[in-house]
Design a protein around this ligand. Sequence first.
Ligand code: SF4
Length: 316
Amino acid sequence: MFFYDTNKRYNRFSDHLRNLYGVKVYKVTLDAGFTCPNRDGTISYEGCIFCDNGGSFSQLYPNNISVKEQLDLGISLCIDKYKAKKFLAYFQAYSNTYKPVEELKRIYDQALSHDDVIGMSIGTRPDCVDSEKLDLIQNYAENYYVWLEYGLQSIHEKSLKFINRGHSFETFCHALKETQKRNINVCAHVILGLPNETREDMLETARALGDLGVNGVKIHLLCVLNNTRLTKLYFQGKIPMMEEDEYVETVCDFLELLPPEMTIHRLAGNGLKPNMLAPAWLSKKFVVLNKIDKLLEERNSFQGVKFQKVTKGNHL
Ligand code: SF4
């Protein structure tokens, strides 16, 4: 089963958006001046082991300008480069619900007041939402296309501890349940290739996401960015990096276990290239994506072929 009118064997988010809106829709990444409890000392000062000073922000233009100016600039770049027609405001840097609710409203209103913005995607931690904030976001979701992107990374506590996430899988499940009650789309971020995780561990994360009814997933490979706590461990030889073919196989296995309706927001994230130390092969992301397409074709396989809904709700 190919998805939409593409030759893709997985439910790519960009195709899903084009199918919904009939035009190319692009996410414009924003830094609205948030911070993160895992950086400001509330949980820790160190942050996640892989996080650089930008809080996982990957935009190329300066972030010391207003949300409106970032949107104007980002939208004009996306029109020139990608011929996009509509836009999602993507609050990406740090934890974008980590302010009082009145301030969140002011920031989100600013983004949604732009004529070509059809909605927003809010990246945050599952321990940075509460019922008041979710109620606010639910109000937006009634008139706009809205996603909450929760950093999960893995369902395994040993991994969450190793990467210093500062929250548990249970916290994610609780946030997910509260978000689903309000009919807000949820995308979970996961990392493959974490030290001490077997392939079966990674696939357990895939099964859990399908089981929990998550709407979308963003799959990253563990990569080493400069100026992170991972850098030192990497140079000490303590972080084995996944090889390209191993990653491609794992991603294909992962996709097969997800429900077909789950949207795939990314299959191989990377940092800005000058900031990335390893693995070198990830800098040719298009090669990795082509290999994933090719392997799915060789297997005559698709996203969802091995999906089985078993225990929906048991994690909650
Ligand atoms: S939660 Fe996000 S911003 Fe905070 S330390 Fe982890 S990766 Fe960085």
